[in-house]
Design a protein. Structure first.
Lengths: 444, 444
């Protein structure tokens, strides 16, 4: 009988192994052939590895293969001598003694995009059409390492604050956010929907674990074709019990972001540098009431208030501008949104029930978070449903938690792709989405 | 202007704070009233907190409130004196001076389940119908802490092995696993599906990062109503390039599981104890060919081979039994599944193309993982599609990676709920699913 006992040590090295072990002696590495620059006597064969590029030097008669056998897009195993070389990507190069071809691309195929260029200078449309290969570009793939770091920081911070990670269903019978923006599907003869948010479930789980979070896809059938909207995106949700007010939620978010940026600085320094990202100052975040914020920008930027119940995208931009100019802050919490525009589970401000105990977080003039305190009392929740013409009988499962007791609680949802977009100063949320889903895009 | 500067320190303590700070002096804690046991002069008011239960002692005339005002399901803030008490859940009790009611359940509501009992002794049906409150039971909630630990270990281990976490779309245009078991939805006038697996996308991302993983929901419209099937579940997927063979994938999985169990032992000891979980021995995992495994159990347990191309659930049970009896192992890798029963992207064994370079991992007689090496060559992939009567033109986006070059690669998918189920020796996968989705269950 044969057994698997664990990972066998490979005889190939990664870039970090080489940098640790020292730049001398022989080495065996594998990777994609990223580019070949034929200089006559020698040629530079640049390998693309997960940690970066490695410059290999091919020399006629020394390297045991014909240069013309090599082709971009092949994967190879290369052996050679390590040499310090300041001008090479990692400060070293490999003078090749041998190259073994592992795999080859299709005969005669041409890359549809110049992925080995520093910036591809192609339209977003083209990049998205060829996403599977466009992502092989060094800058493109760095974007999603940063995104990984954000989610990782989100989770690690919340673990440290005694939150429990949950996994809630995406196929649901009813929808928390209401409205028509919901995808429908057939479910064995029943009508079902794709979850617009984990709202009901995360509130439910506060009754179990006090503090919970989830980082998972949500689905919105919005017919908006803008630079800010996606029909499927990743929502970073947390929900916490025993709060004294919704300020506790804002404080938790702020420290989470602080932790995320510190993690990026520590573990994703290479990508921060590569993408020229300047991390925002996180010493404090100003808070302003919704109605005051509207007034402030109307005055400062001589703008008429058209819709008193919601912020227009342009107003968000101006609020962002205002707080950047006045307080040097990339972030601003806008609080006390009108009840009219907030969902039925939002808790009204007892001092003025036209407003809710809620907030949005704007980052460089764009909403990236919506949060607030929720109603915990059964009678209050039923009353608010009734006032909105909703039928509480359709929400028996949700109301079960109010019926049997819930602590004061609240939480928030963060749009991961938007947060990444604003951090990178990108202009379109599709740039920071691995495989975006929008009105016209279902592939790749 | 007001600012948020960070989390304010609370004046309430958690159980771990109390155990660290010592069992004397006064303390303020909050929590759910889990049970009230009225003994006449005194009463035990047990609070349920996220870390466990806390015994509070109410004394008539000493505690500043009326016992009859208190009710199970309330959330409260309690103040009192700490006392060591061996018989209390955490080794201490709080002698109450004051209780403040934070929130109350609905007037006159009765708990539909005895959630404060150690074992609820109710049917699975009833537990699922009242899931939002059933999960408040101490044993029930411990199950999903263990599940959190599994996912956490999966991710942390793979980070340590230079894997990158990815987020792939769940609304897709085509489906990797084929067959009729797919949920359909309307997507702005187009036909779309819910992803049965992240297969195409994770292979694609191997071309970008070499090693990738995802822990996310997948959707199967299977009409099976069994103890092992769910229509939505969490798939733990990883995919890796530059493999020497599919043995590399099995080795990676084995070390991942070893890491997960070590993490559970370190950080989830309380839950392991509570659920009486015995972690499996992970020193080695036997591997056996599919055809040999079939033969072995047919002989040992005098069983006729009915279907030579697939393992029946009963055969999986017997294979599990065999390797437990013969080698003391809860796990067994079954390798070289017939090509006929594996998907079109599976690589055939060059020495016998009736079989594939693939494997399943059985845990206590149940398949919890399917994995294998994938085809990386464009012509080979197109040929296999054609041989199966598939039209390669429908897979242009997937084939883009083969066309422009892919390293030798492979990977696997693990059913999180099944892994949890077998670890806990549960008999039904719904027991280890927070909010299960099956043929008849779309709520809660």
């Amino acid at each position: 009988m044969e057994f698997i006992t664990g990972i066998k040590k490979k005889d190939t090295s990664e870039i970090s192994d080489i940098l640790v072990n020292g730049l001398s002696g022989t080495v065996k590495i594998n990777g994609f052939i990223h580019t070949i620059r034929d200089m006559g006597e020698v040629a530079f064969v640049v390998l693309r590895k997960r940690e970066g590029l490695v410059q290999c030097v091919y020399e006629e008669g020394v390297t045991g293969c014909q240069l013309k056998e090599l082709k971009e897009g092949m994967t190879v195993e290369a052996e050679g001598f390590l040499h310090e070389e300041e001008r090479a990507p990692q400060g070293f190069e490999v003078r090749l003694s041998k190259i073994t071809i592992l795999t080859s691309p299709k005969e005669g195929s041409m890359m549809p995009l110049p992925i080995s260029k520093w910036k591809m200078k192609t339209s977003l449309e083209t990049k998205l059409a060829y996403r599977p290969v466009a992502l092989r570009n060094i800058r493109e793939r760095a974007i999603f390492k940063i995104q990984e770091g954000i989610v990782r920081g989100f989770r690690d911070f919340l673990y440290s604050q005694s939150f429990t990670e949950i996994r809630t269903p995406k196929i649901v019978a009813g929808n928390a956010e209401g409205g028509a923006n919901v995808f429908k599907l057939e479910y064995f003869g029943s009508k079902a929907f794709l979850a617009q948010s984990p709202q009901f479930y995360k509130q439910t789980m506060v009754g179990v674990y006090d503090r919970v979070f989830e980082a998972a896809p949500v689905f919105r059938a919005e017919k908006h074709n803008t630079t800010r909207h996606l029909n499927e995106y990743t929502s970073l949700d947390f929900e916490m019990g025993y709060i004294s007010g919704f300020e506790d939620i804002m404080a938790m978010e702020m420290e989470m972001l602080r932790y995320v940026f510190a993690l990026l600085k520590e573990k994703y320094a290479k990508e921060l540098l590569l993408l020229e990202i300047k991390l925002p100052d996180m010493s404090k975040i100003p808070t302003v009431r919704f109605d005051e914020a509207k007034q402030l920008v109307a005055e400062k930027y001589s703008r008429k208030i058209k819709n008193p119940y919601d912020l227009e995208p342009e107003e968000e931009v101006l609020i962002g501008k205002y707080f950047k100019e006045e307080f040097g802050s990339d972030f601003v919490f806008v609080t006390h949104y009108p009840s009219k525009k907030r969902p039925f589970y939002a808790m009204d401000d007892p001092t003025d029930t036209k407003f809710t105990l809620s907030f949005d977080l704007l980052f460089k003039g764009m909403e990236i978070t919506t949060g607030g305190q929720r109603i915990h009392d059964y009678e209050a929740q039923v009353a608010k449903m009734m006032a909105r013409g909703m039928n509480p009988d359709e929400f028996t499962n949700f109301l079960m938690i109010h019926k049997h007791g819930m602590p004061p609680h609240g939480g928030l949802g963060i749009g991961l792709e938007r947060l990444t977009m604003k951090l990178l100063d990108e202009q379109n949320v599709r740039e920071t989405t691995l495989f975006p889903r929008d009105l016209s895009r279902l592939e790749p």
